[in-house]
Design a protein around this ligand. Structure first.
Ligand SMILES: [Zn+2]
Length: 237
């Protein structure tokens, strides 16, 4: 899976865009979160417009992860004639869309996505982020590989760390702040350095950056996430 990012910023770092990502599998377009800036990036993208099916996987309901979801759904339905799928383990995503005036026939809510002929499956993993919302990361699997996408999360779950170190998860995309306050809600660079040996760090991709410290990440041996190139598709055929 060639995951490409629409942006790599945290909620308070709009200069780097929302940390939302996309990839294409055959003619199916996947969107990982859909924050305030995502719809503006995607509405005329050939990968989105030309896809036979679109799935948006939501990690949680903070604005930088769902802020333009309602516009994406209504544009898809009314303009493109697409009934997109919204993956989120809880009904809260539907309740949010109800409040935003999105009628339920405009999209399909799927609480899980695995098996049943799916080209790519998503296994949700509960992660620690904030006290007032249940938040998820996903282990995303294709026949070729399994990767982990954290959403916003303070820690990488133990099961993911051990599967990564054993080799059954090939890459980790992790929320990583450079400066965390007294009550951290995000992962940190210090934390990642403390649990992942240097030789594995080129398969760990830091995202949701609170400032542009990509040079430091490069120096420390972490992987650098790829930015989205519309039409170049993130296609992994
Ligand atoms: Zn968040």
């Amino acid at each position: 899976m060639d995951i490409q990012f629409l942006g790599l910023g945290s909620a308070f770092n709009p200069a780097m865009g929302n940390t939302n990502a996309v990839f294409t599998r055959k003619d199916h377009f996947y969107i990982l979160d859909c924050g305030e800036t995502a719809f503006g990036r995607l509405w005329d993208s050939p990968d989105f417009v030309g896809a036979s099916q679109v799935t948006v996987a939501l990690t949680h309901l903070h604005c930088d992860h769902v802020g333009s979801l309602a516009s994406l759904i209504s544009y898809s339905y009314y303009v493109l004639g697409k009934n997109i799928r919204v993956l989120h383990p809880l009904e809260t995503a539907v309740q949010l869309l109800d409040l935003m005036g999105i009628e339920r026939f405009c999209y399909r809510h799927v609480p899980q996505l695995s098996g049943g002929g799916e080209a790519v499956s998503f296994e949700s993993v509960t992660v620690e982020h904030v006290d007032n919302m249940v938040c998820f990361g996903y282990i995303i699997s294709s026949p070729e590989e399994r990767i982990y996408y954290s959403g916003d999360a303070r820690f990488v779950p133990d099961t993911v760390v051990s599967q990564f170190l054993e080799g059954s998860i090939s890459r980790i995309y992790q929320d990583t702040a450079l400066k965390n306050g007294d009550h951290p809600t995000h992962g940190s660079l210090d934390y990642l350095e403390s649990i992942f040996p240097e030789k594995t760090r080129n398969r760990i991709f830091c995202m949701h950056l609170d400032s542009d410290y990509r040079d430091l990440l490069r120096e420390k041996g972490f992987g650098l996430a790829e930015l989205y190139r519309p039409g170049a598709g993130g296609n992994c055929l």
